[in-house]
Design a protein around this ligand. Structure first.
Ligand code: SF4
Length: 107
């Protein structure tokens, strides 16, 4: 049976869906700020855990050692989110603005 972590259930109806979403992902939606969608590419994540060390409110590990975005992630600031994303050795974390434009990693 698939593990069902307590990911947030915020609606993303008021922000654009990015064109380049991964096939399998966890996501967190923020209601304010520049970063509006936080995405973990589940197939790219190797469970290195550096994101959850740098930004523990934003990234936690599921039973398969894949990072997910838990409820309460909104309490974290954007700088911490960005640092968490930058800490990922395989760039499995993608950050998008409300228009679906990628903020990180830069292309
Ligand atoms: S740092 Fe990257 S590879 Fe490591 S757990 Fe986080 S998302 Fe996965």
């Amino acid at each position: 049976m698939e593990y069902d972590p307590p990911i947030n259930t915020d609606s993303d109806e008021d922000i654009a869906m990015p064109e380049d979403m991964p096939d399998e992902y966890y996501q967190g939606i923020r209601k304010e700020g520049k970063i509006r969608r936080i995405v973990v590419d589940k197939q790219a994540c190797i469970g290195a855990m550096s994101c959850s060390v740098v930004a523990p409110l934003v990234f936690q590990m599921d039973e398969e050692d894949i990072a997910y975005i838990p409820e309460g992630h909104e309490a974290s600031d954007e700088e911490t989110i960005l640092l968490g994303a930058q800490s990922c050795p395989v760039l499995a974390i993608h950050l998008f603005d409300k228009d679906g434009k990628k903020i990180f990693p830069e292309e």
